[in-house]
Ligand binder design. Sequence first.
Ligand code: PGA
Length: 250
Amino acid sequence: MSVKVLITKSYDELSKKAAEIVASTIRNKPNLVLGLATGGTPMGCYRELIRMHREEGLDFSEVVTFNLDEYIGLSPDHPQSYRYFMDENLFRHVNIRMENTHVPDGMSKDPRKTCEEYEDAIRKVGRIDLQLLGIGSNGHIAFNEPSSPFDSRTRVVSLSERTIKDNARFFKSIDEVPRQALSMGMGTTTEARKIILLASGAGKAEAVAKSVEGKITTDVPASVLQKHPDCTFILDEEAASKLSGKVTKF
Ligand code: PGA
């Protein structure tokens, strides 16, 4: 098995392609269970989904969402919390029901219980139908940093130094970046029926090449996706620039 690779000309095209896949999957299954990612990469896809909702009537009224992760210690009204990100960049612009949106609670007094409840909530709706992913420059997916076990479930994780540096651009200073997060596990994430991973820019090229063409190893978490039956990487040319060219493109 291998991942499929779609190389687009630009970030804009990548975003539109991803949004088209999400939209057509929602049209086929209005009560889709959709796994969502935060970060700079999916923002264009969310903008396009909002446009499709406004101009083409894309209907989110029955869609159920689960986000990958949340920083520990940031409340939902903190501008860098992932709950805030999702509300601002997607949810409040479409007709999704807020009670159908799930983001782990980073303020929980009992994080372990919160993680178990998150897994239970996913189990209750069956399975994630379509999971959107980004990739870290170190190959992480969600906040599953290198050496995360492939069978891990939603849990408390520590951010790697590299991730803290990468994410510092969203905060006033690096000291403000939370050191811990609640993250869906590798096992949770890879159980999705279909996975789309988005990567843009030269900074992701090495992680992408290792994940698509390298050895399957916990050192590069996204390499586990090679074992998934239906996973597509949607890349721009920069993010694809270190692939050898032998990959299955479409
Ligand atoms: P980014 O983050 O989209 O902000 O680059 C991706 C990730 O860390 O998974």
